[in-house]
Ligand binder design. Structure first.
Ligand code: SF4
Length: 426
């Protein structure tokens, strides 16, 4: 990679308002269809997962919490024995599970329960039927998208060594429909050897080696990228596939690395780009010129801000991100408008003060801040929705713009309903 460019970044360390890494289970359990996520945590952890993912009544869920109770916390019970018993029961009842993640939490870290040893012990018992891995989803010093990073990083040592010719690896969970579209475009360009991490089934874990070039599909995968590089894979510097420019730039990085002629790339992307531009044009009149303020939450903030500024002509008041990985975000940062205020980390009180002073038209923030800000008359967008929704690629560019347009439509409706009610009351 080239040397990162110099940028002015305001760094803040203070109180943070973010979800923990357990949240990633919500999209990861849908992505890896024969995996099970067993959180080793408290009732709080169980409530978080259940309320965020919804409780499935008719389907067998593929996540659960092994509750650490007061006896464990007081050291009166052997938590390892208890965990083994829960895993034995689970695997006896669910023979469809091929990959079991033991997911650490704040409580398991506080009592120093060694889940890597537990995974080794249980893996030895259940291989080759079930692979048992572990990662941390704890909320101590993390933000919610780091759960996916930790999960994918735990898969990397399990990948077979590849000695084959060049292979392209797409890294990061994408909705299946998006993944199919992007792989389809890469194949049309003539890149045949394309694999994805995570795979849809545990048995399809791709191989990795010095001939592997990887493209990050999500900006929050620093540990996974490091683990892949340690296995000899090389990253392809690229923007993230959000909006027309980001998706084209992402595909162009693959094209350059795999000797695809520029004319072929242009021919493959021409029609999807035309469709994406038409979809964006429908939302631009509502968004153009609006001032947007990002609180740090999902780590998607910088690519999203770039998309809003360059493709929808929105004005960036402040762009906060929990962590700023300069090498992975180099292209994105270069595409931001000059002078934009970038903030890494969070001191929520200071940031709230700046937000209130700026009175932006739209605030993109976590759930905990959205309601109070709405009550103060601000229009908000939940950043977590941008992680749950398929937004990458050309075909989703219009949907991505719509996600930012919707809060304005909602507020206009509420204001209209309010004035009608007031009118009726009067
Ligand atoms: S892992 Fe920590 S932050 Fe997350 S739900 Fe459990 S206790 Fe709360």
């Amino acid at each position: 990679m080239n040397a990162p460019i110099a940028i002015e970044v305001l760094r803040e360390r203070g109180q943070r308002e973010v979800f923990c890494g357990l949240t990633g289970i919500i999209w990861l359990h849908r992505k890896i269809q024969d995996a099970f996520f067993l959180v080793v945590g408290s009732r709080t952890c169980a409530h978080l997962i259940q309320s965020a993912a919804g409780v499935m009544i008719f389907a067998e869920p593929r996540f659960a919490t092994a509750i650490i109770d007061d006896r464990d916390l007081a050291g009166l019970a052997d938590a390892n024995e208890e965990l083994d018993r829960v895993v034995d029961q689970l695997l006896a009842r669910r023979p469809d599970i091929r990959l079991l993640f033991l997911v650490g939490s704040c409580p398991s870290e506080v009592i120093k329960l060694d889940l890597s040893r537990a995974a080794e012990r249980l893996g030895a018992r259940y291989l080759p039927q079930v692979r048992v891995l572990n990662y941390s989803g704890s909320g101590i010093e993390t933000t919610f998208t780091q759960g996916e990073d930790a999960c994918l990083a735990s898969l990397v040592p399990q990948m077979a060594q590849s000695h084959e010719a060049a292979q392209l690896l797409i890294v990061g969970s994408l909705a299946d429909v998006v993944e199919d579209q992007l792989v389809g475009l890469l194949t049309e360009m003539g890149i045949e050897q394309v694999a994805c991490l995570p795979p849809r089934r545990a048995g399809d874990l791709p191989a990795v080696g010095p001939h592997t070039r990887f493209l990050l599909a999500q900006p929050f995968l620093a540990d996974t990228a490091r683990a892949l590089e340690a296995r000899g894979a090389r990253p392809l510097p690229a923007p993230f596939p959000l909006g027309v420019e980001g998706t084209r730039g992402w595909l162009a990085a693959a094209a350059a690395a795999f000797d695809v002629a520029p004319e072929r790339l242009d021919a493959v992307v021409e029609a999807p780009i035309a469709r994406a531009r038409a979809a964006l044009a429908r939302h631009k009149p509502l968004l153009e010129g609006k001032r947007v303020f990002f609180f740090p939450d999902s780590q998607l903030e910088i690519p999203l801000a770039r998309f809003l500024a360059r493709e929808l002509s929105m004005q960036l008041v402040e762009v906060g991100t929990p962590y700023l990985h300069r090498a992975h975000l180099q292209q994105e940062i270069e595409w931001l408008p000059e002078g934009v205020r970038l903030v890494e980390g969070q001191d929520v009180d200071l940031q709230l003060a700046r937000c209130r002073e700026a009175r932006p038209d739209l605030v993109v923030c976590g759930l905990g801040l959205a309601n109070p800000l709405e009550a103060e008359g601000m229009t908000t967008k939940w950043s977590i929705e941008l992680v749950f929704t398929p937004i990458q690629g050309f075909e989703q560019a219009g949907d991505l713009a719509e996600l930012f347009a919707r809060p304005f439509v909602r507020r206009a409706l509420i204001s209209g309903a309010g004035s009608t009610t007031r009118g009726a009351a009067a």
